[in-house]
Design a protein around this ligand. Structure first.
Ligand code: SF4
Length: 407
C-alpha cells in the first residue's frame, strides 16, 4: 500500500470480474472460495482460480483477499482446517474471517497470513477493536452501523488497519446477523444464502381471514419497512480519507462486471480528485451521475451521517433504479471495419447512442449507425450472446463496457 493513500477494495464473484475490478482501479479485490463465505449461491473461486486471480492481481500491483467468514458448525471444522492448509499453497494476501474459532485456526495453521476481521463481527467500538488487534488481527472492517464521530474515535485509537464500507447494499439488521431470509425462504444469510427477504412487500392478515391480505400503505408503491436504501458515501469520501482509514470497501460480490467496473471507476476517480485537491461539488456531482448509470436502489449516507432513521427506510421505490442498460463487453478490435468487437449482454438496436466506459478514462458516446455481425452483415439489432462490430468507432481499451439509456 502506498503510504498515505487509501486502498480501494472491490468485490469479485469470479475471475473475470476480478480482472475488471483491477483494471478499473481497485488496489485490492476480495473474493470467496467455493465454501465458507457469505456469498455462497453463485460463482466464487476454485483453488485454481484463486491461484490465477492472485497472480493476475499481483502482476497489476493489486492484492487478493479471501473471505472465509460464514458461520461455522461442528461438522465444518475438519473441512475448513483442510481447506486452510490448501490455501497456504496459494499466494493470497489476507484471509477475511468472522468466527473466532476460524480466526484461531488460521493463526495456528498459517501464522504468516494477514487476518482481516469481517463486517460480520460487528466491531462498533475501540475496545472491541483493541481486543481483535491484540489477538492478532491485521485489519478490522468497522461496522456500518456506527456514526462518523465513532469512526473518528476508533480510527484515532486503532493500532492496526481500519477498513470501511463506502458503497453498496445495507442490511436492516447488524450486517447479516439476521434470520429473516432463513425464516421466510429457508435460506440462511449467515451461510451466504440470503434471499433479501427484507426487500419484499408485506401485507397485514387477520388470523380468522387467512386469505385476505390488507395492504399497509406507506407510499403509493406499498410498504417497505425493512427495505433499506443503498449506501453511497462518495460525497463524504474526503472526510473519511482525512481520518487516515486504510481501506474503503465496495459491497457487491453478487454483482456483474458492469456494476463492479462503474463503481470501482467512480471511487478511483473520487480518490484521485481528493489527492489532486479537486474533490469539489462539481466533480462529486459528475461521479454521482456516473454511479447512476448502473442499477441501484435509492442512495443513503447510511448510519455514519444519518439525519434520522427515515432516510434509511423511506425507500419509495422498492425495486432498483435502472437508468441505463448494460449491453456488452469489449472483446477485441476488428481492423477491417475499424471497430470494436462486442459480446452482447442485452439487446440493442441500430441508431442508439452507446455510452462507453473504459478503464482510466471518462465515458464517451457513440451513435451506432451500423451494427455488423462477425461476417460483416448489417443487423437491425444485436441480441444477447451475439458478437457484433461497431464499424468506425476505432480501437478501445481492453475491459471497455457498453451501456445505453433505458427507455
Ligand atoms: S434479509 Fe435483508 S437484512 Fe436480512 S441478511 Fe438479508 S439483506 Fe440483510
Amino acid at each position: 500500500m502506498i503510504p498515505g493513500k487509501i486502498e480501494l477494495l472491490a468485490p469479485a464473484n469470479n475471475l473475470k470480474i476480478l480482472k475488471y475490478a483491477v483494471n478499473y482501479g481497485a488496489d485490492a479485490v476480495y473474493a470467496g472460495g467455493k465454501k465458507f463465505n457469505l456469498r455462497s449461491i453463485h460463482g466464487n473461486f476454485t483453488l485454481d482460480e484463486l491461484r490465477e486471480g492472485a497472480s493476475y492481481a499481483h502482476k497489476k500491483g493489486a492484492r487478493l483477499y479471501l473471505a472465509l467468514n460464514s458461520i461455522l458448525f461442528e461438522d465444518d471444522i475438519r473441512e475448513i482446517a483442510a481447506y486452510i492448509k490448501k490455501l497456504k499453497k496459494i499466494d493470497i494476501d489476507a484471509i477475511i474471517v468472522s468466527d473466532p474459532g476460524v480466526f484461531a485456526l488460521v493463526r495456528k495453521i498459517w501464522p504468516a497470513i494477514g487476518l482481516h476481521l469481517s463486517t460480520q463481527v460487528n466491531t462498533t467500538n475501540s475496545l472491541a477493536a483493541s481486543f481483535w488487534y491484540d489477538a492478532g488481527a491485521k485489519r478490522i472492517n468497522i461496522a456500518r452501523e456506527i456514526s462518523f464521530e465513532d469512526l473518528k474515535k476508533i480510527s484515532a485509537a486503532a493500532p492496526g488497519q481500519i477498513e470501511v464500507f463506502v458503497h453498496g447494499a445495507l442490511c436492516i439488521s447488524y450486517s447479516g446477523r439476521c434470520m429473516l431470509s432463513k425464516y421466510m425462504a429457508g435460506r440462511d444469510a449467515n451461510l451466504g444464502r440470503c434471499a433479501h427477504s427484507c426487500r419484499w412487500r408485506y401485507y397485514l392478515m387477520e388470523e380468522e381471514r387467512p386469505n385476505l391480505f390488507y395492504p399497509i400503505q406507506q407510499t403509493r408503491e406499498g410498504t417497505f419497512i425493512y427495505n433499506s436504501r443503498d449506501l453511497c458515501l462518495l460525497p463524504k469520501l474526503s472526510l473519511i480519507s482525512d481520518l487516515g482509514v486504510d481501506s474503503i470497501k465496495i459491497e457487491g460480490r453478487m454483482k456483474t462486471e458492469n456494476y463492479v467496473s462503474v463503481v470501482t471507476w467512480a471511487y478511483r476517480r473520487a480518490l484521485d480528485f481528493i489527492y489532486e485537491k479537486k474533490f469539489n461539488e462539481q466533480n462529486i456531482g459528475y461521479l454521482l451521475g456516473e454511479l447512476d448509470k448502473c442499477s441501484h436502489r435509492n442512495f443513503t449516507l447510511g448510519f455514519m451521517f444519518l439525519k434520522g432513521r427515515q432516510e434509511l427506510e423511506d425507500n419509495e421505490n422498492v425495486g432498483y433504479i435502472k437508468k441505463y442498460t448494460f449491453i456488452g463487453t469489449y472483446e477485441g478490435f476488428n481492423r477491417n471495419y475499424n471497430g470494436p468487437l462486442i459480446k452482447v449482454k442485452n439487446q440493442f438496436h441500430k441508431g442508439v447512442e452507446i455510452d462507453i466506459l473504459q478503464p482510466k478514462k471518462d465515458p464517451v458516446l457513440f451513435r451506432a449507425d451500423k451494427i455488423l455481425d462477425g461476417a460483416g452483415k448489417e443487423l437491425a439489432c444485436a441480441n444477447p450472446n451475439d458478437k457484433v462490430i461497431l464499424p468506425g468507432l476505432g480501437k478501445l481499451d481492453d475491459y471497455s463496457i457498453f451501456r445505453v439509456k433505458s427507455v
